[in-house]
Design a protein around this ligand. Structure first.
Ligand code: 4NP
Length: 152
């Protein structure tokens, strides 16, 4: 399974989701390719936000080496699933979709645990550290579901 997580800056939410899922599939011996990308070039090439790195570290996950990159059209070819955090990310990805096959790969991450809800993982960038714990828990539950589905 090849999964791409997408948020806006690729420094807070999606690198955390990438780290969470990579750790889970490793624990279960599942092979897969898990990456993340964003749409805002401001932080391109930078490591994740220190608050995301710290939150991951609290759960024995090391995301410090990740560097932010932009979403590209080739991502539609290179991944089976493109999982977004919020409505803005959804619109950004869908605007770039070339056909129905591209569109069928895109979904809100939280739809995996609350089907059809289009619930959002809120952007924690402008808040305090507790926002990062909150988004960690939301994404952790969604990633548990991904692993469960992969094991079935
Ligand atoms: P993320 O958070 O989308 O979860 O990585 C953001 C980080 C930075 C910016 C936006 C969102 N920014 O515009 O700089």
């Amino acid at each position: 399974m090849k999964i791409l997580f997408v948020c806006l800056g690729n420094i807070c939410r999606s690198p955390l989701a990438e780290g969470i899922l990579k750790k889970k599939i490793e624990e279960y011996g599942i092979s897969g390719i898990i990456h993340s990308a964003g749409f805002e070039p401001y932080h391109e090439g930078q490591h994740p936000d220190p608050r995301s790195v710290a939150t991951a570290k609290n759960h024995d996950i090391d995301i410090s080496g990740k560097t932010a990159r932009l979403f590209t059209l080739e991502d539609f070819d290179n991944y089976d699933k493109i999982l977004v955090m919020d409505a803005m990310n959804y619109a950004d990805v869908m605007r770039n979709a070339r056909n129905g096959s591209d569109r069928s790969k895109v979904d809100y991450l939280l739809n995996l645990i609350n089907e059809g809800s289009d619930d959002e993982v809120p952007d924690p960038y402008y808040g305090g550290p507790s926002g990062f714990d909150k988004v960690f828990d939301m994404m952790d539950r969604a990633c548990d579901r991904i692993v469960k589905d992969l094991l079935n």
